[in-house]
Design a protein around this ligand. Structure first.
Ligand SMILES: Cc1ncc(COP(=O)(O)O)c(C=O)c1O
Length: 274
């Protein structure tokens, strides 16, 4: 166990001493939310987006955060000073809290903030990844819940298919991967990502905000069939930034290499992050 400092409810403590009671709804029923952002050279990346999503997930899940967003930011700053990890991942977790009957939502939740060393790619990883599709719609998909049961349960299937990860599709429409949003590029150069029933990824949002750079960026439903005929595809997340998708279900996307538009968007995103 690491000797990093963590924040638990109202105090900074050493990680090895941070614990919750077994009655917590996160343990009993898998109920809770989290958010995760990175720091580069000691600076949090897209912090306001992550804080806003954390409060939004909490509110939609009927959970209460005792601190104001400003207080939370001060806690994060202090945690960063204590740990001195310039390149890191910071995870804010809000568990359901201690429930007397292991089911009813209590008024008070537990807040945990951890920081671990993390380095993220500094350029586009052209070697990309491959995905295998699976029919599934994430529950409560617009909230960043603790529930990754399906993703973890599918790990053997991913291995059997020699894929890098799974891509959820539902009723033939592409959604997202368990930990990243998904984009495809048509042969006409239109960049499309699913509009509804996916997590509002922070990198997804910052890609969609690149509209004024001349890219045709669209949020809409798109089918598995369209994806098989796409010229490029990529996934986006805090840890991966933009990662090209070279194959889906064993079929090459476009020429099976990292595409031109993917590479251009990746450069623009990295500029924004820096
Ligand atoms: C289901 C899901 N979709 C998308 C993402 C990507 O979100 P972000 O860009 O905010 O990291 C994540 C991140 O973990 C996720 O869990």
């Amino acid at each position: 166990m690491s000797s990093n400092t963590v924040f638990l409810n109202d105090a900074f403590i050493v990680e090895a001493q941070a614990s919750l009671l077994v009655t917590d709804l996160s343990i009993q029923r898998g109920y809770g939310i989290f958010d995760f952002f990175k720091t580069i050279n000691g600076k949090p990346v897209f912090l306001d987006d992550h804080i806003a999503r954390f409060y939004n997930s909490a509110q939609k899940m009927h959970l209460h955060i005792s601190q104001t967003p400003e207080e939370l930011k001060d806690i994060i700053t202090e945690l960063m000073q204590k740990n001195n990890l310039p390149d890191s991942g910071i995870k804010m977790t809000l568990t359901g809290g201690y429930s007397a009957d292991a089911y009813t939502l209590p008024a008070a939740q537990n807040l945990i903030i951890t920081q671990t060393a993390l380095t993220v790619p500094k350029g586009l990883q052209a070697e990309g990844t491959t995905l295998v599709t699976y029919p599934y719609q994430r529950q409560l998909s617009e909230m960043k819940t603790l529930d990754y049961s399906m993703a973890i349960w599918l790990q053997p299937l991913i291995k059997e298919n020699n894929a890098g990860d799974v891509l959820y599709q539902y009723a033939g429409f592409i959604k997202e991967t368990p930990r990243a949003n998904f984009f495809m590029v048509t042969t006409e150069g239109e960049v499309i990502t699913a509009k509804d029933n996916v997590l509002s990824g922070v990198i997804r949002k910052n890609i969609l905000n690149l509209k004024d750079t001349g890219f045709q960026l669209t949020e809409r439903e798109f089918s598995l069939e369209e994806l098989y005929n796409a010229s490029e595809a990529f996934i986006t997340s805090t840890t991966k930034n933009i990662l090209p998708v070279l194959k889906v279900d064993g079929k090459a996307i476009g020429n099976g290499k990292a595409g031109k538009i993917t590479t251009q968007l990746s450069a623009l995103l990295l500029e924004k992050i820096r």
